[in-house]
Write a new protein. Structure first.
Length: 84
């Protein structure tokens, strides 16, 4: 088994591993405002050892939190359609 076998659903095992690691990283970051050393290490390994990808994930999670905070503070309802 080479770690990159495509499953019946079309997703590779490696792809699933990466996805799960990213979701767990993001969830922990949002819940605790940080990540444990174990989560950091596991996610970095799943992403091929690239700190740069962790920086991107951290930035994306932070940006979406910022957007959510802004929408909540100004009580912007969901589903609002822009007017012309």
């Amino acid at each position: 088994h080479d770690g990159n076998v495509v499953s019946a659903s079309g997703d590779s095992d490696r792809s699933k591993e990466r996805e799960v690691a990213i979701v767990l990283f993001a969830a922990e970051l949002l819940e605790t405002f940080t990540v444990s050393d174990e989560t950091y290490k596991r996610t970095k390994e799943a992403l091929g050892g690239k700190d740069s990808v962790l920086v991107e994930i951290n930035a994306i999670v932070g940006y979406y939190a910022y957007v959510a905070f802004t929408l909540n503070v100004f009580k912007i309802p969901s589903g609002v359609q822009p007017t012309d």
